[in-house]
Design a binder for this molecule. Structure first.
Ligand SMILES: C[S@@+](CC[C@H](N)C(=O)[O-])C[C@H]1O[C@@H](n2cnc3c(N)ncnc32)[C@H](O)[C@@H]1O
Length: 295
């Protein structure tokens, strides 16, 4: 095998092992903030489900499902005659998704630990697929899109949700740049593969969808203000569940990390309003479908 391909595969495996460990650590925090996340993403999630073609009785694949907030929304739409397979790289977060589905009494949900780039599911076995705030963390998102394309029946739809450009997501850029500065690390290319904003470059995700074989590809940008009672609620969310930031600050001792958090707080205060705190975000919903079989 070509050494460069070998190196790339090895690099992706190392990257994913680190990603899995980060999300195993952040799983409980992400799950504990479900009410806030759910309110923040309600409208975009409804739009994502409808753009993917999630409907009563459908078999739906949920990739990078996390602790399953959108999985439960999908399960309610498909109903008892439908089926949802929620998959994620992190065993700890998948266990929480399973508990949440059981607690909600949604027997149509199955959960599985799976790398979204290597989905071990039968070909053409799903009517629709969704991936909410997950694809940007894949080191090779095209491989992930090809895996989802293969899992869909001809005519089946996919809709993904990712963050858009850095300028439209100032909270994330503040968090990232402040964390890097305090950790003594150089600024990063926001569009580098596997990062929070990696799929935000205009047009990039549409090209990936098309390269993976999807047709009728279209992206819609949608504002998603994260409304919280105060900046401290946002920081509490970030401190317990924003794994990319936690990974950078994990290099610092406690005092240095506190200084970084306090610097972030000061910069994020700018989004304080008369009735709380409104953090601007822009999301991209990209939809496409596997072409119908031609005879
Ligand atoms: C920001 S969370 C989103 C979780 C959930 N979709 C939601 O919106 O609440 C990102 C998720 O992507 C998962 N993830 C990252 N890389 C992945 C990969 N290669 N395959 C599957 N899941 C992955 C993480 O484990 C994490 O649960």
């Amino acid at each position: 095998m070509d050494t460069s391909i070998d190196d790339r595969i090895h690099g992706n495996q190392v990257f994913k092992a680190s990603m899995r460990a980060q999300w195993d650590t952040a799983a409980a925090g992400w799950n504990a903030h479900t009410a806030h996340i759910s309110a923040w993403l309600r409208k975009p999630t409804d739009a994502m489900c409808s753009m993917a073609g999630v409907r009563a009785g459908a078999r739906v694949l949920d990739v990078a499902a996390g602790s399953g907030d959108q999985t439960l929304a999908v399960a309610q739409t498909v109903g008892a005659q439908g089926y949802v397979l929620a998959t994620d790289l992190s065993p700890a977060i998948v266990a929480l998704a399973r508990d949440n589905a059981v607690r909600a009494g949604l027997a149509q949900v199955e959960t599985r630990v799976a790398d979204g780039e290597d989905l071990d599911v039968p070909e053409a076995s799903f009517d629709a697929a969704v991936c909410r705030l997950g694809l940007m963390f894949f080191p090779d998102p095209l491989r992930g899109l090809r895996a989802i394309h293969r899992a869909l029946r001809p005519g089946g739809g996919l809709c993904t949700m990712v963050f858009s450009r850095p300028e439209k997501n100032p909270c994330l850029t503040i968090l990232m740049s402040t964390a890097l500065k305090h950790a003594g690390l150089p600024a990063r290319n926001p569009f580098a593969a596997g990062g929070l904003l990696s799929l935000g470059r205009p047009g990039h995700i549409d090209t990936l969808f098309t390269s993976a074989g999807f047709v009728d590809v279209a992206t819609t940008a949608i504002d998603a203000v994260f409304h919280l009672p105060s900046v401290d609620h946002y920081l509490a969310f970030v401190r317990s569940s924003a794994s990319p930031i936690l990974q950078i600050l994990g290099r610092l001792d406690a005092a240095a990390a506190e200084s970084a958090w306090s610097d972030m707080r000061e910069r994020l205060m700018v989004f304080t309003t008369t009735d709380g705190w409104d953090g601007p975000n822009e999301l991209l919903l990209t939809a496409g479908r596997r072409p119908e079989e031609t005879t």
